[in-house]
Design a protein around this ligand. Structure first.
Ligand code: FMN
Length: 395
């Protein structure tokens, strides 16, 4: 029986899938919907000393299309229906949303209290200067939240001034504090070690990437309403960046890490755990799919762990780190094809720029065959095969 509970910096979550600061955590109603839909714990939208003045439009998705998804409908705290449906999940999303447009006093008086009524742990998110996080940190601690995430999104990329923000918050509160990293921060290993010395309890990685620009070619103008039409990229496109940052923090500190960026299915979360994360957050996936995504991803994590013979997230946490070597690998390995699994779909053949893999055989028995002499060992066929019939032999 898989145990999905996780403990991060002393906070116990019923499963490792949390909300992230953004529209799906914009107020207590949204957080309570996430709780009903099976989320493991709550992270609220970032607040600051002044409500944000948010430009419109705030969001633009990068693709138009559909993929198959299981959708779970939550009502009255129960999953009431499950259907196989076509749901659009974009590679990425750009946003220009800023922090909460609600006054912080509203969060202190109403939203945190209501969100806490879910019974789940609640992490407040605050920004941005040392004075502001010191002031807001004390207030949200008094309001009874279980932890504080402080956002390093609008504070530059040089880490030395940022340490002052971390110090100010550490001195102001005694509940667990989490630094939410911008993917742009310079000298990440040293920065993470310094945060650990200051007494930060955990790291959340990463925030969105940018600024970026998306132009509507029919209108000939940017699609977002922010400064110059710029926005910040999130969603599946940034997952490899998030996983790398998580791994880098995990390799250089003993701090617990929460992975965020591009999680839309259980396998994405598993990847983050193998890079060293103890839990994941979801923002873009929940914008597109709705709160049902949290319970779905949690169930997929449980299923994956069970099918692979693991009992908990802890069993796989950081297992990929030992394979991350500084010295590059120059040994060329030719992939092998499992004819039992190969469906002769031809995708590998089409994608091989070395003409080293072909579909051969009589009709009904066709399979991909690798030409060991022509093969460059590039790896595209291994990663593109939809049924994992093409693999590298163990080295
Ligand atoms: C519309 C939108 C609003 C966001 N607002 C915040 C915010 O207020 N504070 C924050 O720290 N991150 C914010 N984020 C970043 C997300 O919490 C998350 O770090 C990022 O989007 C990557 O995760 P994802 O790929 O699951 O979206 C926002 C993201 C989006 C898309």
């Amino acid at each position: 029986m898989v145990d999905l509970t996780v403990e991060v910096a002393g906070i116990r979550f019923r499963n490792p899938v949390l909300t992230a600061a953004g529209p799906p955590s914009q107020n207590a109603a949204a957080l309570l919907a996430a709780a009903r839909a099976g989320v493991g714990g709550l992270v609220a939208k970032t607040i600051s000393v002044e409500p944000a003045k948010v430009p419109r439009p705030t969001m633009v998705v990068l693709d138009r299309g559909f993929t198959d998804f299981d959708v779970f409908y939550a009502a009255g705290g129960r999953i009431v229906r499950r259907t196989r449906t076509k749901l659009f999940m974009p590679r990425g999303l750009l946003n220009t949303e800023l922090w909460s447009d609600l006054p912080y006093q509203r969060w202190l008086d109403v939203e945190y209290r209501l969100a806490k009524s879910s019974g789940l742990p609640l992490i407040a998110s605050i920004g941005y200067t040392a004075e502001e996080v010191s002031f807001l940190g004390k207030k949200v601690q008094e309001a009874g939240v279980d932890g504080i995430e402080f956002s390093l999104h609008y504070v530059g990329i040089d880490y030395k001034p940022i340490l002052e923000i971390a110090k100010a918050l550490r001195e102001a509160v005694d509940i667990p504090i989490f630094a939410k990293l911008s993917p742009h921060i310079l000298n990440l290993p040293e920065f993470a070690k310094e945060l650990e010395k200051i007494g930060v309890d955990g790291i959340v990685a990463v925030n969105s990437l940018g600024p970026t620009l998306h132009i509507d070619i029919e209108e000939g103008r940017p699609m977002l309403g922010g400064k110059y039409g710029y926005g910040w990229l999130s969603g599946p496109a940034i997952k490899p960046l998030g996983v790398r940052v998580v791994a880098e923090v995990a390799r250089n500190t003993n701090l617990p890490v929460i992975g965020v960026g591009g999680v839309t299915k259980g396998e994405d979360a598993i990847e983050y755990f193998m890079a060293g994360a103890s839990a994941v957050q979801i923002c873009t996936g929940a914008i597109i799919e709705g709160p049902g995504i949290y319970g779905r991803v949690a169930r997929e994590i449980g299923k994956w762990l069970e099918e692979h013979g693991y009992d908990s997230v802890e069993d796989i946490r950081g297992i990929a780190l030992k394979h991350m070597r500084e010295e590059p690998n120059y040994e060329v390995r030719n992939p092998v094809v499992d004819p039992e699994k190969c469906t002769a779909c031809g995708i590998c053949e089409q994608a091989c720029r070395y003409n080293a893999i072909r579909i051969e055989g009589e009709s009904g028995k066709k399979t991909a065959v690798v030409d060991q002499y022509a093969c460059y060992g590039c790896g595209v066929c291994v990663s593109i095969c939809p049924v994992r019939a093409v693999t590298f032999p163990p080295s």
